[in-house]
Design a protein around this ligand. Sequence first.
Ligand SMILES: [Zn+2]
Length: 90
Amino acid sequence: MRALGHFWTGSCHATAELMSAQLENEVPLTQRGRVRRHLARCAACQAVLRSLERVVAELRTLRRDDDAPFPSVADAVVARVRREELGAPR
Ligand SMILES: [Zn+2]
């Protein structure tokens, strides 16, 4: 079943894309299982997911406080992940 393994759990790259979409409820149910299975066995993607969840929580707070336009979730996620990769303190 090795050939099916990749299809079943997806790659890190595909999982990262699906995770950000999933946080905005844009992922079909059929894909959510794949993300979950990948996360179950991939520590790197688990760390990315925690980072994404923090970003989304912060954006929701901003949305509540202020109706002014601000960068999309995707932009904020990219900025946050870059910062964390550089090891900058919060
Ligand atoms: Zn991964």
